[in-house]
Design a protein around this ligand. Structure first.
Ligand code: IMP
Length: 188
């Protein structure tokens, strides 16, 4: 049985397909635009998204919703990360953080899966870290050049290979949890 990852974000697909290869999950990319609700909770967004996507594809599929939560900004931009990245970008975030000593931030990811029973399940992951004082690295996407994970060696996500980022990232952890569950429960 083929499993669809429904996303318009090529960076997300690159990361998730590297994990699928490692876990032996047969993965297909669907760019089908599904309706993404606006909400304060990533799991609500992922759950509704997975149901929407299943309704369109009529096949087992998952979506992933993620965001960057900055401590000194009381969790901003959180679930609104995509919009903030597209509007003010990394430079804008660095500007908001000028002179700010507390640079703690956490990336959160939530996978929403929907199989043939139509009931969505969610799997979460997080990566704690710091907002750097300048952009570093050319890999990855989004806020990767300004995020330094605590579990790493001081490099930003954008300075890591896909495999290195997956081992530490919010998405890597959420997707790994999901794939472990999926391999035990997949529908034939
Ligand atoms: P959404 O999950 O499509 O709502 O988008 C979340 C947004 O958060 C992305 O467009 C990025 O700007 C940002 N984001 C989520 N995950 C990552 C990541 O792993 N690296 C960098 N930025 C990310």
């Amino acid at each position: 049985m083929v499993l669809f990852f429904v996303t318009g974000n090529e960076g997300k697909f690159r990361e998730v397909s590297a994990l699928a290869a490692r876990f032996g999950v047969e993965l297909r990319h669907s760019r089908t635009p599904y309706l993404e609700i606006q909400a304060d909770s990533l799991s609500d967004i992922a759950r509704v998204g997975a149901q929407q996507a299943f309704g369109l594809l009529k096949a087992p599929c998952f979506v992933e919703d993620s965001g960057l939560f900055i401590s000194s900004l009381r969790g901003f931009p959180g679930p609104y990360s995509k919009y903030v990245f597209l509007t003010i970008g990394n430079r804008g975030v660095l500007k908001l953080m000028e002179g700010v000593e507390d640079r703690r931030a956490v990336f959160r990811s939530c996978v929403g899966y929907c199989g043939r029973d139509g009931r969505p399940l969610t799997f979460e992951g997080k990566a704690e870290g710091r907002i750097s004082t300048e952009e570093r690295g050319r890999g990855g996407f989004g806020f990767d050049p300004i995020f330094v994970p605590d579990e790493g060696d001081g490099r930003t996500f954008a300075e890591m290979s896909v495999e290195e980022k997956n081992a530490l990232s919010h998405r890597g952890k959420a997707v790994e949890g999901f794939f472990r569950w999926y391999l035990l429960h997949k529908e034939e």
